[in-house]
Design a protein around this ligand. Sequence first.
Ligand code: NAP
Length: 337
Amino acid sequence: MPSDINRRFHLAVRPTNLPGDAHFRIETAPIPKPDTGEVLVRVLIAALSPWQGQRLKDFENYTAPFEIGELIDCDVLGQVVESKTGERQPGDLVTGRLGWQEYAIAKPENLLPATRDFDETLWLTALSSPGLTAYCAMEMFGRPMPGQTLVVTSAAGSVGSYAVQLGKLAGMKVVGIAGGPEKCAVVTGQLGADACLDHRVPDLASRLRETCPEGVHLFFDTVGGWIGDAVFEGLAKFAKVLIVGRTISNNSERPDLDPVNMRMLWAREASIQCFSRYSYPENWARAREHMMTLCRDGKIKAIDNLIDGFERTPSALHDMLAGKYTGKVMVRYAEAQ
Ligand SMILES: NC(=O)c1ccc[n+]([C@@H]2O[C@H](COP(=O)([O-])OP(=O)(O)OC[C@H]3O[C@@H](n4cnc5c(N)ncnc54)[C@H](OP(=O)(O)O)[C@@H]3O)[C@@H](O)[C@H]2O)c1
């Protein structure tokens, strides 16, 4: 039975390394009322992402830090409870960036409709930021070539899992890098990669050279740090490095020390393309359409984890950043009515 209280997670203290319960505080207030032109949305599922971890710290990259006391932002799937606009009706499922709260006021232009012909979670995975990021980055800048070799870091992760599958669909040899044998088994067994290297086993750079004697033509990197530096050792001549994220450095105490291994980029005359999907909003609708078709045709799999309970959001973020989960991590706040 829903209460008339809204709970919201706010940043209390900045973490130095990984965040946890102690860094957040719950604020309570009556469920807000929409004004004319607004809707009240009940949050059903909140999506967790490493960028939330990086925004807890006081450094800037492609997103600005959260202020102390600020509501923690994230993409959610929600259901309209009350509408003061003709554009959305009570009962409609929507997605939007509404944050770690049980209810939110939103304007219709900031929400996207979600239909019931896909699983609820797909609206936060393949058809949302992770799928669209991988699709746009690969299509616009990766330009995958059949027969060439693609390496993907955090290959069992949210964005990485789609990069692996899109590379395979384009006819590439795909080698994933992931933490642990279980994740590697998912990357080869479920996502279809040709090989997957466990970064917890020593000598990543030499194992990569053995797996890819032809050299790495395209490197889709979401973690950077020492793993990115190790992959640089195996680049082919004129390789392309597509930088999509820096999870390792963002989670470290010294995000400014990244990357280290510029020598091999120079030696292989590689080019670096940095990518943020936020620079290309005009491409999202088309990317979503393509991802919908791939999902309907059974060509793309979403690997995800749904954790139950609003209170567990901070610990789920901690566990995700610590590498405990395979695929996208989401927290269920309520069931759709
Ligand atoms: N450019 C854009 O438009 C855009 C959009 C979305 C996301 N991103 C960025 O892309 C990155 C990935 O996002 P995501 O949502 O797909 O997350 P994700 O890869 O699912 O993130 C969690 C995974 O990161 C890996 N990881 C975390 N710390 C690590 C460490 N110290 N060493 C090695 N691996 C570590 C772990 O996988 P293993 O256990 O396999 O190591 C963990 O399971 C993030 O940095 C995010 O900010 C960019």
